[in-house]
Design a protein around this ligand. Structure first.
Ligand SMILES: C[S@@+](CC[C@H](N)C(=O)[O-])C[C@H]1O[C@@H](n2cnc3c(N)ncnc32)[C@H](O)[C@@H]1O
Length: 203
């Protein structure tokens, strides 16, 4: 009885989202809004379970929907910064565990420069037991080999790229990490919204 209305709700939402692409007024308003948000460093205003997370809340909503759909047992993230997105992913995996959807979830974070105070805060977080950090460039062969080794024991892998956003770097990351993505899962590229902005040269 419940299934049909919910299916319709889902389809309506999808159709509305697709229709936004042809809505010139909405597209223009969004472009202006987004440009101003980047200028105002809006994404730097948020915390996930107490840890700074450099994400727009709408992107976190999208991530949550993907993670619930895919039910990964490994999330690989490039770009740690303060660690908020690692803690976000760890919390989603903990929810999947509590709901009996996965047995054990892990998050791998890779950053070229893990500041000691950030590492300390991440390790002190109650969800740190789900997090493994690798320091080095995400496109370094040794780092990629370590990630591949870790991923061998996993069934469903989801990847988020949020490190150096230049075209060349993201392309190299896609080449390195796309083969690890499980069938039916995704590789998500962060910050594509800043392409074309003053900060977005070569992005
Ligand atoms: C936008 S921040 C990451 C934000 C984090 N994902 C979050 O949501 O809170 C980008 C991070 O990428 C790291 N980074 C830059 N170049 C990198 C590279 N070649 N390999 C790995 N990390 C890199 C920077 O040190 C920085 O911490």
């Amino acid at each position: 009885m419940q299934e049909k209305p919910l299916k319709k709700y889902r389809l309506d939402a999808l159709e509305r989202a697709i229709s936004y692409q042809k809505d010139d007024a909405l597209q223009q308003a969004w472009q202006i809004f987004h440009k101003e948000l980047v200028k105002a460093k809006y994404a730097h205003n948020f915390f996930w379970l107490g840890v700074p997370i450099i994400q727009a809340p709408q992107d976190l909503q999208a991530s949550q929907e993907i993670i619930w759909e895919v039910k990964p047992d490994l999330i690989i993230e490039t770009g740690i910064a303060y660690g908020g997105s690692l803690v976000f992913s760890a919390s989603m995996l903990a929810i999947l565990e509590v709901c009996g959807e996965i047995e054990k979830g892990d998050v791998i974070g890779i950053d070229i420069d893990i500041r000691p105070h950030n590492r300390k805060a991440i390790l002190a977080h109650p969800l740190s037991r789900k997090i493994t950090m690798f320091e080095g460039s995400s496109i370094d062969d040794e780092i990629i080999a370590r990630v591949r080794e870790f991923a061998k024991a996993k069934e469903r892998v989801f990847v988020c790229l949020d490190s150096n956003h230049t075209h060349e770097h993201v392309l190299a990351e896609l080449r390195a990490y796309a083969p690890l993505v499980s069938i039916g899962s995704y590789i998500m590229v962060g910050d594509t919204g800043i392409a074309g902005s003053a900060r977005g040269n070569n992005i």
